[in-house]
Design a protein around this ligand. Sequence first.
Ligand SMILES: Cc1cc2nc3c(=O)[nH]c(=O)nc-3n(C[C@H](O)[C@H](O)[C@H](O)COP(=O)(O)O)c2cc1C
Length: 323
Amino acid sequence: MQLILAPMQGLVDDVMRDLLTRIGGFDECVSEFVRITHTVHSRQTWLKHVPEIAGNNRTPAGVPCTVQLLGSDAENMAVNALEAVRFGADKIDLNFGCPAPTVNKHKGGAVLLKEPELIHHIVRTLRRSLPDHIPLTGKMRLGFEDKTLALECAAAIAEGGACGLTVHARTKVEGYEPPAHWEWVRKIREAVQIPVTANGDVFTLQDYLDIKQVSGCNSVMLGRGAVMRPDLARQIKQFERGESINEADFGEISGWINLFFDLCLAKEANNKYPVARLKQWLGMMKKVYPQAQELFERIRTLKEAHEVKQVLLEFERMQRAKR
Ligand SMILES: Cc1cc2nc3c(=O)[nH]c(=O)nc-3n(C[C@H](O)[C@H](O)[C@H](O)COP(=O)(O)O)c2cc1C
């Protein structure tokens, strides 16, 4: 079985990928999408979006990282993909699921699900341009407004030459509203000849067992659930290995929060980035952990990184003392 950390623009950047892959359980991760319009990105731009490229395409914990592209100009996407490979990328994924209106307005992401022929053209063009040893995969939603073209889009990706497909089991219009339609992942898995990864609404170990059962997939991608419950992948891996499940307490999680903040500061030694990323993460974790809510309240009005760090260290000490 494979566990993949989902690409999440603005949420799972290289720092979050670093942290979550250190905690463990993930076999792979995927970068935030890199948008391709009419230009060819420089090496600097690739490294800014996917610093792992300079580290043998692995996070510091050694987990492989795939570069995701988003666009609709097949020829220019191919030129950019080749550049990414020249700078070190060794696996490319194509985004056919982003619901953002600005992206869709420029014919990128989920809007392409209305045009399976264009999807096929994009995948085939990239497959033909890339060296054979560079795997090319795709990620799709079930459709734009409805699911009538879901199988056609999946076939377009498979027949275009992708060697893997991730399905986020919702249409664009369904946004992130539950439920995710895992039974559709099964339909797609049964219809295409390439391995399919199931994705959507896995927040607990039980959800993981359910998505596997309903979809029949051996590969599962975790998105928001992995951010809200940072040891979710580790719990799943422990379960799959028949080991006892060592669910993190908030003492351990507080250690990860401190580490995350330090990693953010190491990336950008200012106040804005580390404080904003921490608040964003706590804002998600507080849905699962009351302690995250408490910590969020303590730092809510703080703007200076050094003040936040003091609170984080004190909070970790308190949480560890409670063990
Ligand atoms: C904030 C956010 C950003 C996302 N960015 C991307 C992205 O860059 N590329 C992509 O393919 N999917 C993106 N997605 C979709 C996720 O990869 C995933 O398919 C979706 O969140 C469903 O999985 P989940 O229910 O486990 O979160 C994003 C989702 C969220 C919530």
